[in-house]
Design a protein around this ligand. Structure first.
Ligand SMILES: [Zn+2]
Length: 442
């Protein structure tokens, strides 16, 4: 029988928000698959490395060049029969590395029901009938816009940024402020937010052009006093810089105004956040590990040359609001692993990022010294492992493979997997997996 440890060759796509040439971690990792037909072009943007069975860019067995989809469909034990039948013979998750140079579109991902409707109506723009909750773990410092700000903060910006108030409209701005100042009732808060945001998104194109010119001029002239000195944390200068920078990437875009409705989030390497279906977000910069339910459905409304669907976006959102701390995840030590003494003495760790959905969880393993070793208990479902730095080995039973940055492996269900560091630099690996029935929340 084949040992369920398969080195994968993974494709990278070239959306124009990606980091350029070798600066892109996604490109460097794709190049690590060492095939002759891929070399990094110096001036080309590389955005996303895809690891999984999604039909748009399925990974392959590097040795045989067989598609991972075929492999798991031929041998149901690789994913477990339960997962194979529940997810139609495909991996439940899609695992990615994103390298972001320019802001990605303002977007949300539909829930299951809406995904089915959109896909039936418009399969070209909505290629999947599946939902797409997603989790982001920073591997370099990350910036993004995620979720709606607390209402008083948005009210503060409506008062301190005249062109923003104009686009929203005086009536809507006023009634929003009334609710924001007293909103104890979540329903009223969401309704007011929906009305103000929808009004902004439907603002006429000609008023957007003049409003954005005015906004950029304010950002350039007011510095730290911009936006009334900022929101809750005196971020006036930071917001001024952000408006100037994003206007350079998408001149006059509605996104320049949307950013005053959304939390501006920064993640340090290892920090993570989880986005439910229908949560609004726009990633701005950084390299990240992303894991999502296997789907490619995106509803976009700004910062993009692609298809925009403003009415779907404004009607699908949950309009939950609150501080970003509520969206950040709290990773915990992963319990089902044994670290050897050498690993313990060097502060090595295995950390679990566990979102409240069934399709995936991610473990980050960091082995800080040569010979530090992590032995994982068998997992009852499939895993994909990518190394992002350091050197070492990965083994399942008698089979051992070298590990370097960008090396990706599929590990079959119930295999006992061992990762060992052999270099002087810390070995860091991320492992996405699915195990049915293991989550108490479900
Ligand atoms: Zn997204």
């Amino acid at each position: 029988m084949q040992v369920p440890l398969i080195r994968l060759q993974c494709g990278v796509n070239s959306y124009d928000w990606g980091k350029v040439g070798k600066a892109s971690a996604a490109a460097r990792f794709a190049a690590a698959s060492e095939t002759d037909d891929f070399s990094i072009e110096e001036e080309k943007p590389y955005a996303e490395l895809w690891m999984g069975t999604h039909p748009k860019m399925p990974s392959k067995d590097m040795k045989t060049q067989r598609s991972l989809v075929d492999l798991v469909q031929d041998n149901h034990a690789l994913m477990s029969t339960e997962i194979t039948s529940k997810y139609g013979g495909k991996l439940p998750f899609l695992f990615k590395v994103l390298s972001i140079e320019k802001v990605l579109s303002i977007q949300a991902h539909p829930n299951k029901k809406l995904a089915e409707q959109l896909h039936a109506k418009d399969p070209k723009n909505y290629p999947d009938d599946n939902h797409k909750p997603e989790m982001t773990i920073a591997i370099t410092p990350f910036e993004g816009l995620c979720g709606f700000r607390p209402l008083p903060e948005i009210a503060h910006f409506l008062q301190s940024i005249p062109p923003l108030r104009r686009l929203v409209g005086e009536d809507k701005a006023k009634s929003f402020e009334e609710v924001a100042s007293e909103a104890k009732d979540d329903g009223a808060g969401k309704k007011a937010l929906r009305e103000a945001f929808t009004s902004l998104m439907n603002g006429a194109a000609d008023s957007l052009a003049s409003a954005s010119k005015e906004l950029v001029a304010l950002a350039e002239s007011q510095g730290s006093q911009f936006a009334g000195g900022g929101g809750s944390s005196n971020e006036g200068q930071e917001l001024a810089d952000l408006v100037t920078r994003l206007n350079g990437e998408f001149p006059g875009d509605i996104g320049l105004f949307v950013l005053f409705f959304l939390n501006f989030v920064k993640l340090e390497p290892g920090e993570a956040m989880f986005l439910q279906a229908d949560d609004i977000h726009a990633y701005i910069s950084g390299d990240i590990i992303e894991c999502m339910a296997s789907s490619d459905n995106v509803v976009r409304a700004g910062f993009t040359p692609k298809f925009k669907d403003v009415s779907t976006l404004t009607s699908m959102l949950t309009y939950s609001y609150g501080s970003i701390e509520e969206q950040k995840m709290e990773p915990a030590p992963y319990a089902h692993v044994v670290l050897n003494a050498k690993a313990y003495s060097s502060n090595s760790s295995a950390t679990l990022y566990d979102p409240p959905i069934e399709e995936f969880s991610v473990i980050k393993t960091e082995l800080k010294k040569s010979e530090a070793k992590a032995t994982f208990d068998p997992i009852a479902g499939p895993s994909i492992i990518i190394c992002t730095s350091g050197e070492g080995t990965v083994s399942v039973g008698p089979k051992q493979e070298t590990v370097k940055p960008g090396y990706v492996f599929f590990v079959g269900a119930t295999a006992e997997c061992v990762i060992e560091s052999t270099g002087e630099d810390p070995l860091i690996a991320f492992q996405a997996f699915c195990e049915l029935g293991s989550k108490s929340q479900l």
